[in-house]
Write a protein that binds this ligand. Structure first.
Ligand SMILES: Cc1ncc(COP(=O)(O)O)c(C=O)c1O
Length: 389
């Protein structure tokens, strides 16, 4: 029997996730779920808003119309038109109905995008710390992931991009609000990146992976890649802002003046079909089309972020203030982040080492958990830190 060696190597490199999961499951069995503080998951815990459930019922009540058949691989025209209008209102650039391809989440949108843009060996540049799945998505389509460091506060370092951009780069992916750092990129940084790409990597598209866009705090200024350069696209989903991660609904939006717009969109529609997605989930396409300006309850995330951040700082941890998403990315008090998160397990605290995100010496905490868990876990964070300093 033969299993792909490449997949085996990838699985091994990501095996710390499985080990964490197994250790967490064991702790929960031993001590009870309520006594284990699990900050390891990026799974939104807030239920979708009421408007979602009301729309679900309305959509489920329609019987006629052939709504459960195959459709255009790009998705329902009415849904795409609705999303284009939302993007136009939010970003000030209208991708048009034809510029939207409905996808199986942001992950589907990214895979469709890489399939469309990459020839073997082409590079995809990503600022680090980064979402670890990018490595696998890029590899799926024969590309090569190139990481570029960010500044100490995790903002984009345009000079560092200048070192790695060249004519073989086909895509730059920015993720804002960022997983794992919570950093949000302002317009000026995206503009500078767009201008640099035009000069050094004219065949590259600037892709914004932005499923956390609506989860942002303190009225932070959020830039738009569509405003930064015509050579741009958005790959995103409703997984986080509507709490629909399991429903797998997202989209790709291509700039109306992208120099290869027709070819890019034709390739994306073809890729959506031939990667086996065929089309994004039909039922959810009809539901989300009706949910303008609706998000999960941000007040809950806002309160958790404040309590967690203040509590950790009081205990002596250094942590950049996250501007969006639902993660904290503090510095570990020792260099070895893996040893540190193992020590946290003694307090029944589950977290993820920064090494997995390309940032050794840090660790990621998700606050997609009840406020009570955060409050109960804080003394344990303080005790473990005190042991190392
Ligand atoms: C940065 C980032 N991009 C993409 C995804 C994938 O999201 P989706 O569920 O929409 O595929 C995630 C999920 O955690 C993420 O954190």
């Amino acid at each position: 029997m033969a299993i792909s060696l490449r997949i085996q190597r990838f699985m091994e490199s990501a095996s710390w996730i499985r080990r964490m999961f197994e250790q967490g499951a064991e702790l929960k069995r031993e001590h009870g779920v309520e006594n284990v503080y699990d900050f390891s998951l990026g799974n939104p815990d807030l239920e979708p808003p009421d408007a979602f459930f009301e729309t679900l019922q309305k959509v489920a009540a329609t019987r006629d119309g052939g709504w459960h058949r195959y459709m255009q691989n790009a998705g329902y025209p009415a849904t795409r038109a609705r999303i284009a209008a939302r993007i136009a209102a939010e970003h000030g650039v209208d991708p048009g109905e034809a510029g939207i391809v409905m996808t199986v989440g942001a992950a589907g949108a990214l895979n469709v995008t890489f399939k469309s843009l990459l020839d073997p060996g082409n590079e995809v540049v990503v600022p680090s710390p980064f979402f670890p799945e990018y490595r696998f998505y890029v590899d799926n389509h024969g590309g090569r992931l190139v990481l570029v460091p960010t500044r100490d506060d995790f903002s984009l370092d345009i000079d560092a991009f200048a070192e790695v951009l060249h004519s073989d780069v086909r895509a730059v992916v920015v993720n804002s609000p960022n997983n794992p750092t919570g950093r949000v990129y302002p317009q000026a940084d995206l503009d500078a990146l767009g201008a640099l790409m035009a000069e050094k990597s004219p065949d590259a598209t600037l892709i914004s992976d932005e499923p956390y866009r609506k989860i942002a705090y303190d009225d932070v200024e959020q830039g738009s890649v569509l405003k930064a350069t015509p050579c741009s696209a958005i790959a995103t989903s409703f997984s986080k802002d509507l709490g629909l991660a399991g429903e797998r609904i997202g989209f790709l939006a291509v700039h109306p003046e992208h120099p290869q717009r027709q070819g890019f969109l034709a390739a994306a529609v073809f890729a959506n079909r031939t990667l086996g997605f065929v089309n994004a989930p039909a039922f959810m396409q009809r539901v989300i089309a009706q949910l303008d300006d609706v998000t999960v309850d941000l007040a809950k995330y806002t309160a958790r972020r404040r309590v967690f951040l203040d509590g950790l700082r009081e205990a002596g941890y250094e942590c950049v203030t996250p501007e969006g998403a639902f993660y904290l990315f503090p510095k570990a008090p020792i260099e070895d982040d893996v040893a540190f998160i193992k020590a946290l397990l003694e307090e029944r605290i589950l977290s993820v080492p920064g090494t997995g995100f390309g940032a050794p010496g840090y660790f990621r905490l998700s606050y997609a958990v009840p406020l009570e868990s955060i409050k109960k876990a804080l003394p344990g964070f303080a005790r473990i830190r005190a042991r190392f300093v």
